[in-house]
Design a protein around this ligand. Structure first.
Ligand SMILES: Cc1cc2nc3c(=O)[nH]c(=O)nc-3n(C[C@H](O)[C@H](O)[C@H](O)COP(=O)(O)OP(=O)(O)OC[C@H]3O[C@@H](n4cnc5c(N)ncnc54)[C@H](O)[C@@H]3O)c2cc1C
Ligand SMILES: NC(=O)c1ccc[n+]([C@@H]2O[C@H](COP(=O)([O-])OP(=O)(O)OC[C@H]3O[C@@H](n4cnc5c(N)ncnc54)[C@H](OP(=O)(O)O)[C@@H]3O)[C@@H](O)[C@H]2O)c1
Length: 442
């Protein structure tokens, strides 16, 4: 009889329940990226995928993690359920009766931000049979995280960048809430199993055309997917020929013109190829999209097989934001190295709480660079990515829309098309108050 690890059973059960290919990854490490003196933690979580084909991914994809509740919470709930209850002596509070026109219970639940244990403790007279409770408790939902690693640079591994959520409920005056999944991830030990599945983010992949500029805006943990981008570029620079410049439309009935490629459509067109393969497929594709070279390029190409001498990687610009330079400037050294290797072209850091400096947000830095950014987006077919809190993403979009420093070519309506309703992918937006937006141009 073969032995099955409990995590395999759990993953099978979760696959069945959620209809996704949930697999058990194995934790390699958890490391705090913030300085020891910071009051907050942002962790790098690294796990191996055990060569599971279902956990293969591309730079920009997400992973859904199925966490467990904190053992203290589970134990306290068990104790409460097993506890003999004396309804006469312990009924200091009475449960609100939910009936037509009486929303007191709902209001109370919303205001107190309570979990099931809080409810049972607040109303000691409640006696709930454990089996009834188990049938009524909703399933713990998975949490999504942007993958922070390149599958080529770290084959068989997935890295995450996770803010460990911890806050006091009731506007800071109530008990501490430990974020369920981020706290669980932070508690894991090497070798522990992590049930998860990969969700492709077709509209958040790197451009197929490696020559076009990539502009990335990601304050705080919004940096997460961009680490996968610059790692992918580091790998590509070291292992592949630089791509040919200018991907142009080639349509028989129109003169060649620069075409703003639909990022979502082009990524979906080639679902299973790595960025390198996409580049190659694209060049060899019999489709209308072709690589157009100048006559001079053609001559040089004919006389030399060394295509890389003509190629050039597109620029990668990164707008990062954090509180200060000493506590939460995460991945600073990695960014510097990626810059040294030519993967990142420029990094701007907006420091919002640096002593003796004015408060700066990513949109403030972007405003200063708006002319160049708009020019790269519109005349060089650049791709624009924002990751992080929704209000930040909206501010960033407004900044570009309103910028007075646009090149003459760029009118406000064009920017609206670029950054407008299609910009924010609804399916990727976390609807909770701490929402995250993921948008891309085109
Ligand atoms: C597509 C996608 C990608 C994501 N990628 C990342 C990523 O790369 N890294 C990352 O860290 N997160 C990411 N998130 C967010 C992540 O999914 C979780 O929402 C987050 O980790 C919190 O989950 P939790 O279980 O720890 O907290 P929960 O127990 O779910 O608590 C979080 C909830 O607490 C509330 N809350 C949080 N902070 C406060 C506060 N200060 N005051 C009051 N209420 C508060 C909010 O209602 C929030 O919804 C992503 C979300 C999506 C949708
Ligand atoms: N241990 C913890 O409790 C812990 C740890 C990490 C993160 N978190 C929470 O997790 C959430 C996400 O954290 P995070 O690491 O991604 O981000 P973060 O560290 O909270 O913020 C990153 C940067 O974005 C700035 N910012 C805030 N609002 C902005 C806006 N509208 N536009 C542009 N920039 C803005 C912040 O500035 P200011 O903050 O100075 O305004 C900060 O400089 C936050 O709710 C955070 O509080 C909690």
């Amino acid at each position: 009889m073969s032995y099955l690890h409990p995590a395999t059973f759990i993953s099978k059960g979760l696959s069945h329940i959620c209809g996704k290919a949930v697999r058990a990854a194995t934790l390699l490490s958890v490391k705090n990226l913030q300085a020891a003196e910071s009051s907050r933690s942002t962790i790098s979580v690294q796990f191996k995928t055990e060569n599971s084909t279902e956990l293969q991914y591309k730079a920009g994809d997400h992973v859904a993690i199925f966490p467990a509740n904190r053992p203290e919470l589970v134990q306290a709930l068990i104790d409460r359920l097993l506890d003999g209850v004396d309804p006469i002596n312990r009924s200091s509070s009475r449960p609100y009766v939910k009936s037509k026109g009486n929303n007191r219970y709902e209001d109370w639940k919303f205001e107190s931000e309570c979990n099931i244990l809080d409810v049972l403790q607040e109303f000691p007279s409640l006696q709930v049979p454990a089996d009834l409770l188990l049938t009524q408790l909703p399933l713990l939902q998975p949490r999504f995280y942007s993958i922070s690693s390149s599958p080529d640079l770290f084959p068989g591994e997935v890295h995450l960048t996770v803010a460990v959520v911890q806050f006091n409920k009731k506007d800071g005056k109530g008990p501490v809430h430990h974020g369920v999944c981020s706290t669980w991830l932070n508690s894991l030990q090497p070798g522990d199993k992590v049930p998860c599945y990969v969700r492709q983010a077709h509209t958040f992949h790197m451009p197929e055309d490696g020559t076009v500029p990539v502009i990335m805006v990601g304050p705080g943990t919004g940096i997460a997917p961009f680490r996968s981008f610059w790692q992918q570029r580091q790998f590509d620079i070291a292992n592949t020929s630089a791509p040919r410049p200018k991907t142009l439309d080639f349509t028989p009935d129109s003169s060649p013109q620069i075409r703003r490629r639909n990022f979502a459509a082009s990524a979906a067109d080639s679902p299973d190829s790595s960025p390198r393969m996409q580049q190659r497929n694209f060049a060899n594709s019999p489709s209308l999209k072709r690589q157009i070279f100048t006559e001079k390029d053609r001559d040089e190409d004919a006389s030399s097989n060394n295509a890389s001498s003509l190629g050039k990687w597109g620029e990668m610009l990164l707008f990062f934001g954090c509180r200060n330079s000493t506590q939460d400037y995460i991945y600073k050294d990695e960014m510097a190295q990626a810059k040294d290797e030519g993967a990142l072209t420029e990094v701007w850091a907006a420091l919002s709480r640096e002593p003796e400096q004015p408060k700066r947000y990513v949109q403030d830095m972007l405003k200063l660079e708006a002319f160049d950014v708009c020019e790269k987006l519109l005349t060089q077919q650049g791709h624009f990515y924002v990751c992080g809190d929704v209000s930040m993403a909206e501010d960033v979009c407004r900044t570009l829309q309103k910028s007075e420093h646009k090149p003459p070519l760029v009118s406000s309506p064009t920017i609206t098309v670029l950054m407008g309703e299609e910009g924010v992918e609804d399916s990727l937006v976390d609807k909770s108050p701490m929402r995250r937006a993921f948008s891309t141009s085109e």
